[in-house]
Design a protein around this ligand. Structure first.
Ligand SMILES: Cc1ncc(COP(=O)(O)O)c(C=O)c1O
Length: 441
């Protein structure tokens, strides 16, 4: 496929998005307000969504294979979620007082997650990981947070380290350097961050043992979402559980994406109980709600009646509209619904692999349950270095090619399935991939 051709076709069908992009340039720095949805030549502007379909500003309908980066697990405008929002709209959207809605969502989350006895709500996953790190520092009296290269934990200062480091600066793969994701991250933050190699338990153990006295917590995504849907390999999380216990560090599972992978989150699938869990995306049912939680004892630090309290405020924390939508979503996401979605993901991965193999393209389809990512590389994808070595230019053409063929996915090649998707919809995704792969080959 001629790269010019694929872009020309994209631009041909997206005049209104191009116009909005041009208009945005005059008032929004960087044209969109969310770095993760930007791509070249310009992103599609969304007009509406229904079920598993999204309609762009030009009225073109596509299958929405990303659902607001995995948040819309029930698709767009699910009737139960709309009803919960509508009922709450009648009562009001925000009060400077708690409401029954936040209690309901908290109960649902504590019931699902074995390791979570108490939660606190935030508006974003970014805040959830920031507070989880702070709880860990308060609980241990240590300051360093260990995290994995390529892991994504949002955009606060302590999260923006070695998420996507330039390989020239990233150092030894088994002893990764702490690299700021961009300007403005204080050097002190880098000193207070220990970067570990993902899926390399022995490597991680050595580095943790070296800084044993300083490390408050290890934060890890059980399945690295943003990095390319890379699951922790067998024994890896178990090993982290053991070593953190041994060295007196907390283990934080960042389940902002992975919560959807099991009824009790990825921690249920892997049968591991972290000390703290961060959640987001699906728990807001399409509205901005996130949370952090853990044992009653650990979370007691935010209790206003505790002798020393960690303050956690936020104008929209636990707001009734978002928590109502989130509770409705969690109720719909039964064990059967999760199983069906995961099975659909497994089938789609198999079929996509067959398609790329038939066109003799070096592609790895990586993922778990209902999330997956496409990597243009011939080697296994086990960590950030493998992803960084893949062909990004080809991936970019693939993504635009899929947009042209009626499939909306994340610019980084990620897909997250939603419950309204039928076998027919998934077959459409496979057929579109086949056409795009044929052009790429
Ligand atoms: C694992 C993980 N943690 C944290 C975040 C940050 O969440 P938010 O975008 O709501 O701030 C994300 C967002 O994609 C995520 O994937």
């Amino acid at each position: 496929m001629d790269p010019i051709d694929v872009m020309a076709r994209y631009e041909d069908r997206t005049a209104r998005s191009r116009e909005l992009y041009g208009r945005a340039r005059r008032s929004i720095a960087g044209e969109t307000t969310r770095s993760s949805v930007w791509f070249e030549p310009y992103p599609l502007y969304a007009a509406s969504g229904e079920g598993c379909r999204i309609v762009d500003a030009d009225g073109v309908e596509r299958i929405d294979c990303i659902g607001n980066y995995s948040a819309l697990v029930l698709g767009h405008r699910h009737p139960a979620v709309l009803a919960a929002i509508a009922a709450q709209l009648e009562r009001g959207t925000a009060f400077s007082a708690p409401s029954e809605r936040e209690v309901e969502l908290a109960e649902l989350l504590c019931e699902r997650l074995a390791s979570v006895e108490r939660v606190r709500f935030t508006s974003t996953g970014t805040e959830a990981t920031m507070y989880a790190m702070r709880v860990a520092r308060a609980a241990t009296g240590r300051t360093v947070v260990a995290r994995f290269e390529g892991g994504y934990h949002g955009t606060h200062d302590f999260a923006q380290v070695s998420t996507h480091p330039d390989l020239a600066a990233a150092g030894d793969p088994r002893r990764p350097s702490a690299v700021a994701d961009g300007p403005g991250i204080p050097p002190r933050v880098l000193e207070m961050t220990l970067v570990l190699p993902f899926n390399d338990l022995e490597g991680a153990k050595v580095l943790l043992a070296e800084r044993a006295a300083d490390v408050a917590a290890v934060i890890v995504e059980p399945v690295m979402g943003s990095c390319g849907c890379i699951p922790a390999e067998e024994g890896f999380l178990e090993g982290l559980r053991e070593i953190t216990r041994e060295l007196g560090m907390l283990l934080i599972f960042d389940e902002v994406i992975s919560l959807r992978l099991g009824y009790g989150g990825a921690q249920g699938v892997y049968s591991i109980e972290p000390d703290l869990t961060t959640m987001g995306k699906i728990i807001g049912g399409g509205l901005p709600v996130a949370a952090f939680g853990g044992s009653a004892d650990l979370m007691g630090i935010v209790d206003p009646e505790a002798p020393v309290t960690m303050e956690q405020a936020g104008t929209y924390n636990g707001n009734p509209l978002g928590t109502a939508a989130g509770a409705a979503t969690m109720r719909e996401l039964t064990p059967t619904a999760v199983e069906r979605l995961n099975a659909a993901g497994e089938t789609l991965r198999t079929e996509l692999r067959e398609v790329f193999a038939a066109h003799e393209l070096d592609v790895q389809i990586v993922g778990m349950g209902s999330i997956l990512a496409v990597h243009f590389t011939n080697g296994p994808v086990r960590n950030y270095r493998d992803v960084a070595g893949a062909d990004g230019e080809l991936l970019g053409r693939f993504v635009i090619g899929m947009m042209n063929e009626g499939i909306f996915l994340a610019p980084r090649g990620m897909m997250a399935l939603c419950t309204p998707m039928t076998d027919g919809d998934l077959a459409q995704v496979v057929r579109a991939t086949d056409r795009v792969a044929a052009e790429l080959a």
